[in-house]
Design a protein around this ligand. Structure first.
Ligand code: NAD
Length: 249
């Protein structure tokens, strides 16, 4: 039980086959009280209930600062503390540079990058008062290798921004014993590609992965557990690759 009595907020945790949901289940299994935060209230509550008793499902858009403040206030009312934040909510889009429309740039940057900032801004003061905490931010191998997997250049840029933000927050809040680390998953089998990843491309990607398979949501959840728990007590500002060897650097 690596997270006994810890309170963990996981954003974007209501997607059926998603990384957030797998992380929520893994954290609950390790004793955490989990807050499933997602766009749809019913789905968030359903997923929280599926984890067992003592968990919470809340609706909030991570790009909406007021909704986030309300959600964090509800968590504090319910549990009185927040030990872990996983900035997992994210969206992508498979387009090339010249095809990126202004509104798509805005929504991809807003959810992936602004959402990570706004959630962290809401939770960090609580962690400061408590004397510490752990924030895990979902970046992507796409940030490191310049895309070429599924998401477009705006997605790569947003996820590279997440890496910079993670490192800067780690430096700033280390003295408060708040650790901030990033995960860079390779291609993980979830619904984020919305059925738009064709078999031919999928097989080409698998051929380029030393471990010979795509990632599973649990592969990422286990890495998130490591970063959330005291097993990683002297790690901050790191980027942890979860990519089966797709990018070794
Ligand atoms: P997913 O599509 O299965 O789940 C994403 C979740 O985020 C959904 O539940 C969705 O409702 C929620 N969400 C979207 N916009 C939101 C918003 N504005 N506010 C609150 N919630 C919102 O995706 P996934 O594959 O599980 O991805 C999870 C994270 O991992 C994302 O940040 C993604 O970019 C990152 N990632 C995924 C892969 C992959 O191959 N699946 C690879 C690298 C990084």
């Amino acid at each position: 039980m690596l997270l006994n009595d810890k309170v963990a907020i996981i954003t974007g945790a209501a997607s059926e086959r998603g990384i957030g949901r797998a992380t929520a289940a893994c954290f609950a299994h390790h004793g955490a009280r989990v807050v499933v935060l997602d766009l749809d209230e019913a789905a968030a509550q359903r997923n929280a209930l599926a984890l067992g008793s003592g968990h919470l499902g809340l609706a909030a858009n991570v790009t909406d600062a007021e909704a986030i403040q309300r959600a964090v206030a509800q968590v504090m009312n319910e549990y009185g503390r927040i030990d872990v934040l996983v900035n997992n909510a994210g969206i992508t889009q498979p387009v090339k540079t010249l095809e990126i429309a202004a509104e798509d740039y805005n929504r991809i940057l807003d959810v992936n990058l602004r959402g990570t900032l706004l959630m962290s801004q809401a939770v960090i003061p609580v962690m400061q008062r408590q004397g510490g905490g752990s924030i895990v931010c979902l970046s992507s191998v796409s940030a490191q290798r310049g895309g070429g997997i599924f998401g477009g250049p705006h997605y790569s840029a947003a996820k590279a921004g997440v890496l910079g933000l993670t490192k800067a927050m780690a430096r700033e809040f280390g003295p408060d014993q708040i650790r901030v680390n990033a995960l860079t998953p390779g291609l993980i089998q979830t619904d984020i590609t919305g059925g738009l990843l064709h078999d031919e491309r999928r097989h080409a990607i698998i051929d380029s992965i030393p471990l010979g398979r795509l990632g599973a949501a649990d592969d990422v959840a286990h890495a998130a557990l490591f970063l959330a728990s005291d097993l990683s007590s002297y790690l901050t500002g790191i980027t942890l690759d979860v990519n089966g060897g797709m990018l070794i650097h």
